[in-house]
Design a protein. Structure first.
Length: 246
């Protein structure tokens, strides 16, 4: 058996049934009196006394206690590279600028849902990796966006690099982007184990984050799709993150 490392007493689902037990000290003699004087049938006694505690537990579970849930929780979304490091380039398009727009779009949808967020800048600001890594600590989930590049201009597809513990989330993130961009999944159904990544160990991932590669900037068709549909993919990424934290 594994115990949860928090006090159970703060929950109404625990408090209310305990109060109910004291309430029974009054209720039981009252019911007994009603039965004795034949004001209610015998069986009501058993039904009512048996239902009070579970009903209070249900009520306690049902009443929202927002102050107890996710007090300090937040989602980190960051853009790869920085204002001084453009990342991969195709014509006039720079990876750092495209993923900054994507970060802003995801941040927009998360905020709309009332999710607290941390980002490596607002607007066209894109702070460097060290800043991004510092934002991971304490987050429920941290995601950084990049675009792939290859000398083979035909290479395409979506992948998310993550630690094995985040495999499912990585696959879910890749899946929605691949669908929005009508692209394909790379790696293990969209997941790349950091140890199998050609880039070696990535600081953002070693510190607990996930890196989503939003297609190949070097592939003209995929770059065009990104520019046309990145809002769609960003909305779906936000949905996956929202489901993950809720
Ligand atoms: Zn990159």
């Amino acid at each position: 058996m594994k115990l949860i490392n928090e006090s159970a007493w703060q929950y109404l689902s625990v408090k209310l049934p305990m109060l109910g037990a004291f309430f029974m000290l009054i209720l039981i003699p009252l019911l007994q009196w009603l039965v004795d004087y034949k004001l209610i049938p015998d069986q009501y006694y058993a039904v009512v006394t048996g239902l009070v505690i579970p009903a209070l537990a249900w009520l306690g579970r049902k009443i929202a206690q927002p102050n107890l849930h996710n007090v300090n929780s937040f989602v980190t979304v960051t853009a790869g590279h920085s204002n001084v490091d453009p990342g991969a380039i195709n014509g006039k398009f720079k990876e750092a600028e495209l993923v900054t727009k994507f970060r802003n779009a995801v941040a927009h949808y998360l905020k709309e849902e009332g999710i607290a967020i941390k980002t490596d800048g607002v607007g066209s600001d894109n702070h460097n990796l060290n800043t991004a890594i510092k934002l991971i600590k304490g987050s429920d989930v941290a995601v950084e966006f990049h675009m792939n590049a290859a000398s083979n201009k035909a290479a395409y597809g979506i992948e998310t690099i993550a630690l094995p513990k985040d495999k499912k989330l990585a696959q879910d993130l890749s899946k929605v982007v691949a669908k929005a961009f009508n692209s394909k999944l790379r790696g293990d159904a969209g997941w790349i184990d950091q140890s199998q990544s050609a880039r070696g160990k990535l600081g953002f991932i070693s510190n607990g984050g996930l890196i989503v590669e939003l297609g190949f900037i070097s592939n003209d068709a995929e770059l065009k799709t990104f520019n046309e549909k990145y809002w769609l993919a960003a909305r779906d990424i936000a949905d996956v993150l929202i489901r993950h934290v809720k």
